[in-house]
Design a protein around this ligand. Sequence first.
Ligand SMILES: Cc1cc2nc3c(=O)[nH]c(=O)nc-3n(C[C@H](O)[C@H](O)[C@H](O)COP(=O)(O)O)c2cc1C
Length: 192
Amino acid sequence: MELLELMKYRRSIRKYHEKQITRDSLQKIIEAGLYAPNAGGGQRTFICAIHNQELCEKIGKLNLSGFDRSRLAGSYVSAEQPSIIDDPAIKNGFYGAPTACAIFSPNNFLYSIPDAFCCAENMVLEAAELGISSCIVARGEETFDNETGSCFLKEWGVPSNYTARCFVLLGYCQGAYPGEKQRRPGRYKIIE
Ligand SMILES: Cc1cc2nc3c(=O)[nH]c(=O)nc-3n(C[C@H](O)[C@H](O)[C@H](O)COP(=O)(O)O)c2cc1C
């Protein structure tokens, strides 16, 4: 698919099959993340790919454990692919995805958060190119800010001065893949 066409096709998927993605596909998606633009060319992000459905289930629950719904009044995300904002019955922030990549970056660096999300964007585009569904998920910080979470970080060898910023969920869409989403008008201007 041509790149712009692929960007229009890619959607955030929140209903996943149990089918796991291959290690080879995961490797390519990680590589795409590693090649993302990054502040000062520092290549600071660290990706921890959880290629294990059971573990994703556990961490997905941690991702939602500190979620505060009371500040969401009026928010709405998607009817086709409801998010935790739309459906309070969803108890797992990873929506049953069999793979989730946590993206970490250093604590004391001005562009840590943008670096992590640039990385995530490259990854979801590569996933779409490979026919793999994805979703960027926030609340990386809260997910590991508890005893269970910090045990995982130690076990995975995440540097102690690094914090999770977001996740990229990966898997195969259960049901129909949503169509292209219309863009709100008036969101750009070209100055000659
Ligand atoms: C910074 C950022 C944070 C996001 N966090 C979440 C999240 O925590 N949970 C979720 O289900 N989707 C999350 N998303 C996905 C957005 O909800 C999604 O991109 C948006 O609704 C547009 O839909 P589309 O990706 O299908 O075009 C996030 C996206 C971005 C860019």
